[in-house]
Design a protein around this ligand. Sequence first.
Ligand code: SF4
Length: 374
Amino acid sequence: MTYRSVYVHVPFCRHRCGYCDFTLVAGRDDLIGDYLDALDLELKRVEGVVEIDTLFFGGGTPTHLPPEALRRLFEIVLSRFRLASGYEFSVEANPANLSLETVDVLAQAGVNRVSLGAQSFDSRSLAMLERDHRAEDIELAVRWLRRQGIANLSLDLIFGVPGQNLAEWRETIRRAIELQPPHVSAYGLTFEKGTAFWTRRQKGQLEQADEELERAMYAVAMEELPAARLVQYELSNYAHAGFECRHNAMYWSGEPFEAFGPGAARLIDGVRQTNHRSVFTWIKRLQSGESPVGETDPLTAEGRARELIFVGLRRTSGIDRRIFESRTSLSLDALAGGSIRRQTSLGLLEDTGTHIRLTREGRFVADSVIAEFL
Ligand code: SF4
């Protein structure tokens, strides 16, 4: 099967937020020119012009690039890919650096979906997360994007921020809903090894939100967002009907996709490849005519099937036995019948006969339920 989706990683930010472990360089705008040249080189392996349905620029912060560099980035990529009718072209943006000029560049390039890293409307939480924007910047960004005709907006929110209480999280949800975005992502804060937050927690300088509070916050998201027609369609994602992110849905269905940029991972012909995660090494390798690939993982049929279970259980619609078997040529019950029965008897999984899916209770402990299937 040929791919119909492309991801491009843009590894630049002004500053690295304390909780972030993404592939990026902070405060190294001097590398933007080399990055664009290297990306152009990496894209040379695309033969001809390929038609695709979804294109996603993530980071880092793509909108951290100055308007001229952003324009060049889009030109480089769109010279290799043609967007099919009804396409979805998404860009991640930071409210802190979204100027009117940048919004113009997005609109002119054909961007029709923006995922805005709002994270919180509460100044204490924004400061704790080391974000460099204010709540007013989020509102202004939404206004500018809509004025340029980009109405398909997602607001990314984070709960479980150290020091954040339930009332503050409720208020963040309320202000997000007030802006009427057709899509919201709400993630619990995680402490990843290697981040500044991880180190601060180890040293006792930062206290992680306790489990009960985090559970209450997740429950608030699962109640308040659907009440505003933002239906939960994945553990952390909510959308108005027809505004579910198609690019992410493609990942969750196990479809093939291409990817470019440092740390970018692709899935082609059942093989997962990940580019080198160091921005410097990725640039150097491309400059010297070497492959930028850091890891290659030819997935076994069973490995692919287990990945499909992993992503399928994250979707509220769950896993359709018939589709699963047609995609993997493996029986879901032969592979995981014992786990399905056990989790169903615990009330964490629902088995309708045609589908298995997490129950509401199962969503609170999704990581441990899903881990049993891996
Ligand atoms: S803005 Fe986003 S990508 Fe950049 S450092 Fe902060 S969390 Fe990471």
